[in-house]
Design a protein around this ligand. Structure first.
Ligand SMILES: [Zn+2]
Length: 465
């Protein structure tokens, strides 16, 4: 679709400018005042145009358990989460749509879905999420979550001898499955990419990581993983490898420019230098880290060391929403308490650049996305500056990041296609989505995880509680 956004506010180096933005065949072709109108005219009066953000780490099907998860640290939380994870592909479809809508309405145009797979229906799960993302039109990076060790192996032994059930799928079968997913669904030009995404060192063998590296090299796929989210994982890495998790991933060759790593809470200065050296990207998920008590990722240190950092919501079972602006706000001001030198604190403009350009860098698309530049793809978000939450008029970006923006997204385009108009999704029926989410769920207050009761005593001992 061809269109002109007329008289719209954009951020420039020393403030704001009012310009016209012209988009032809999905690409930004001109940014200047008073351009000739080609195609549809969009009124940009009193609106701010920004490049779309990336929700750079989430797990869409966790939406089914938002608001109900117990107060547990990650290791126990995971056990509860998996005991009640949805097993119905229809639910995967609905929560992918829900995740996409909330991402779009909080400024995102891309989502990295570290997708939890239904056992026995792995390819069907991937197909279902891909179908949802294609229907709604968000740019999707589907990262099927894989592992080859069972859940208890993710808890440090603390020097005791522990045995773990073998994982129900072999490493080879899992890798074949990912390769098949790549053949069927990896279509970057159509807005759907598949990533290799072992869940993390805590539940994956080197064989699995190496298989993923091989697939990534062969098919030009980006790499994703969780990394050192909790204190327990830091201990586990030492038990498993005799070195830090970062050092191990570097040794086996998993780190690099197309590698995005969610969390990175428990890293040493030496680890941070390795992330900088390998040009890996850190995905900061501040709400999840707070909700699960994982810790505060040293984001200011990462930036000072030259590490690329972006934001994610993480799954809605540990957040419990998918509001990207909220993640950006908390992910910025949280660090003011970690460093007394206020000159190191993140500014709203820095935070927005991290959320847009920072996000696409790790996805190997910085040449095509992430800024308002002629020649880049039109993944754009238009904000209504007359909305009450953005009034009175001060600094639009300051208020967008530090305020509590509510229903401020007026329009969203992905690859030049408009998928939100006047604050409403245009590609799917939102009433139907809401009814379906309602009808596939129920109000609950009491539930008990069997797995948690089996592993909690050991966890408390190892962690010294
Ligand atoms: Zn996660």
């Amino acid at each position: 679709m061809n269109f002109n956004i007329q008289n719209v506010l954009i951020a420039v180096e020393d403030g704001y400018a009012k310009v016209d933005v012209q988009v032809l065949d999905g690409t930004i072709v001109a940014i200047a005042p008073s351009l000739d109108v080609v195609g549809t005219l969009i009124n940009g009066d009193n609106k701010l145009l920004l490049p779309g953000f990336v929700n750079a780490h989430t797990h869409s099907s966790e939406m089914w358990q938002r608001g109900i998860m117990s107060n547990f640290p990650l290791e126990l939380w995971l056990a509860e989460m998996y005991d009640f994870a949805p097993l119905d592909p229809e639910k995967v479809y609905l929560s992918a749509l829900g995740t996409a809508v909330e991402t779009l309405l909080s400024g995102g145009t891309s989502v990295v879905d570290h997708l939890v797979l239904i056992p026995g229906k792995e390819l069907e799960t991937i197909a279902t999420a891909v179908r949802a993302y294609r229907e709604i039109g968000i740019r999707a990076f589907v990262a099927p979550l894989i592992q080859d060790e069972s859940l208890t192996a993710g808890i440090p032994s603390g020097g005791t001898s522990q045995t773990h059930d073998p994982y129900f799928l072999s490493t080879a079968t899992t890798l074949e499955l990912i390769e098949e997913a790549v053949r069927q669904f990896h279509r970057p030009d159509e807005g759907v990419s598949i990533l290799v995404a072992p869940t993390g060192i805590q539940l994956c063998s080197d064989t699995l990581f190496e298989g993923c590296i091989e697939l990534s090299d062969r098919y030009n796929l980006c790499r994703h993983s969780h990394l050192l989210e909790t204190k327990a994982q830091e201990k586990l890495a030492q038990e498993k490898y005799g070195c830090s998790g970062v050092e191990h991933l570097k040794q086996i060759g998993y780190l690099g420019e197309v590698t995005t790593l969610a969390h990175c809470v428990w890293l040493t200065d030496k680890d941070i230098a390795m992330l900088a050296e390998t040009k890996s990207t850190v995905v900061h998920n501040p709400l999840s880290n707070l909700r699960l008590g994982s810790g505060i990722a040293p984001i200011l240190k990462y930036r000072q060391a030259g590490v690329n950092v972006t934001f994610g919501c993480d799954g809605a079972s540990s957040n419990d929403s998918q509001d990207l602006l909220e993640a950006i706000k908390i992910g910025s001001i949280l660090h003011n308490v970690t460093d007394l030198d206020y000159r190191h604190w993140l500014t709203p403009r820095q935070a927005l650049e991290m959320a847009s350009l920072g996000g696409v860098k790790g996805l190997n698309m910085a040449d095509q996305l992430g800024s308002l530049s002629v020649g880049k793809k039109a993944d754009l978000v238009l904000y209504d500056l007359t909305n009450l939450s953005l009034l009175p008029r001060t600094d639009p970006i300051g208020l967008l990041v530090l305020g509590r923006p509510t229903n401020v997204v007026d329009s969203v385009w992905v690859n030049g296609k408009q998928i939100i108009a006047e604050g409403k999704v245009t590609t799917i029926n939102m009433d139907e989505l809401r009814y379906a989410l309602f009808n596939h769920s129920q109000w609950e207050t009491n539930r008990k995880s069997q797995t948690v009761s089996q592993i909690e005593a050991h966890y408390r001992t190892v962690m010294g509680f």
